[in-house]
Ligand binder design. Structure first.
Ligand code: GDP
Ligand code: MG
Length: 444
């Protein structure tokens, strides 16, 4: 099982609690672990080096607060520094230009450009009432144009009619002309990628850019991009002056190190993240969440251990059975939340939930809203039995109904569903560990 940075640092610093300022030796030891955690999260080596130096400067000489351990203190410094490098706030896609506003999507093949194009179109239409035109400039694969047209129909957004044999630049010109004539607010230009960066790709992308004069140039990149992330982001940025980054497949196993690499390499904001193949799996980028993810996924084992002291044997058995099958539905989440409430609230527990990170423990007492559990339980109570058993049913209109029923916002529901998915994924992984692992976790 993965060991979080905070656990590793805890081991190093055990017994040093409340002992005055952090010495250079303490910090050096901690930074070795920080470096390892970042490399495991797939952050580029070059970025790791610079980042670790920044943290060193901030950490040496800092007073250790009495209520936390030096390890937790370093984790907090690392977290704050990660957030500050990643950018403090979610930066929206800008439409602050004369209509039709051209948005150009660039990136390697398979990064998710076509998917993100349709997702952004849907979001602009649904949330801002914008009239959007989608245009595929991918002349290399005929199927690529059809793919965008299909997604466009699916989300109810217009697609530029396909004219066989046209060049990418001709399509771009026609798209802008049609968007102007048709009174569109936004025109999204989805380009062809290639499996790697080469001069031909860059030249074509630059040519399209010069011609379309896009207001946003969004670099779409896979969150699982490893050491190439810096080179990728720099190449595109130097040639086409990227205005923002969209990170896709954040729903995957990766730890999000590419976000840090690309942001550090270009200084360009990460604007959105793709969290699935479905058309509404597009979210605002929140630096804090990616920072948590880079530092560690939370510790499901301690969650279970702590829970063990509080759940009845019967509950544990029911849970163990489900776990064995790798199933974790909303009914299970509700009973978890109820147990957590009994166990003394967020302070102790947030840190144990996958995705929230051990870190929250280090920051216990800051900004923790004890009402969150009640709200989350209310949300699940407002669902039908069927929905609880099958969270995939929760489409936009059902979410709206549940929000109204529980006196919450759709965003609260989205948050809860994301948390549930992360826990369900964790459970699946744990279940693969076999009955032995389970027996250990539940005390036999
Ligand atoms: P393009 O070549 O850059 O246009 O990439 P596509 O948009 O065709 O995406 C390639 C594949 O990745 C498709 O199967 C998408 O469904 C999938 N994909 C795109 N974004 C995401 C995401 O955020 N999460 C997951 N799991 N899959 C994604
Ligand atoms: Mg494509």
């Amino acid at each position: 099982m993965f060991e979080s940075l905070s656990d590793r640092l805890g081991k190093i610093f055990d017994g040093l609690k409340g002992r005055g300022a952090l010495s250079e030796g303490d910090v050096d030891m901690a930074l070795r672990e920080v470096r390892r955690a970042l490399i495991e999260a797939d952050v580029s080596l070059e970025v790791v080096r610079a980042f670790v130096e920044q943290v060193r400067e901030r950490a040496v000489g800092q007073e250790v607060t009495r209520s936390v351990t030096p390890g937790q203190q370093v984790v907090k410094i690392v977290h704050d520094e990660l957030v500050s490098v990643l950018g403090e706030d979610a930066v929206p896609v800008s439409l602050n230009a004369p209509s039709p506003v051209p948005i150009l999507m660039v990136g390697l093949q398979g990064a998710g450009k076509t998917t993100v194009s349709a997702k952004i179109a849907k979001r602009l239409k649904d949330r801002q009432g914008k009239k959007v035109l989608l245009a595929s400039l991918d002349t290399r694969r005929p199927a690529a144009m059809e793919q965008l047209a299909i997604l466009g129909r699916q989300v109810g957004v217009d697609n530029l009619p396909i004219v066989p044999g046209e060049s990418a630049t001709d399509i771009a010109k026609r798209a802008i002309r049609e968007a102007r004539l048709g009174g569109f607010d936004v025109v999204i230009l989805d380009t062809a990628g290639r499996t790697h960066i080469d001069e031909e790709l860059m030249a074509e992308t630059a040519q399209i850019k010069a011609l379309a004069n896009p207001h946003e140039v969004l670099l779409v990149a896979d969150a699982l991009t490893g050491q190439d992330a810096v080179n990728l982001a720099r190449s595109f940025d130097q040639r086409v002056d990227v205005t923002g980054i969209v990170l896709t497949r954040v729903d995957g196993d990766g730890r999000g190190g590419a976000a840090l690499s690309m942001r550090a390499a270009t200084g360009k904001p990460i604007k959105l993240i793709g969290t699935g193949e479905k058309m509404d799996a597009l979210e605002d980028f929140h630096p804090g969440r990616i920072a948590d993810r880079i530092l560690g996924m939370g510790d499901i084992v301690s969650l279970v251990e702590k829970a063990r002291e509080h759940v009845t044997a019967e509950d544990a058995e029911r849970m163990a059975k489900k776990l064995k099958k790798g199933v974790f539905d909303l009914e299970d989440l509700r009973s978890q939340l109820q147990q957590m409430k009994k166990m003394g609230g967020m302070g102790g527990l947030m840190g144990l939930m996958p995705g929230a990170g051990q870190l929250k423990k280090a920051m216990a007492g800051t900004n923790i809203d004890e009402k969150v559990f009640d709200r989350q339980i209310a949300i699940i109570n407002s669902m039908t039995k069927k929905e609880r058993a099958n969270p995939d049913l929760l489409n936009a209109s059902r979410r709206k109904r549940i929000a109204a029923g529980s006196g919450t916002e759709v965003s609260d529901i989205n948050k809860l569903m994301k948390q549930h998915r992360q826990m369900a994924d964790m459970m699946k992984k744990v279940s693969k560990g076999g009955p032995g692992a389970l027996a250990g976790m539940f005390g036999g």
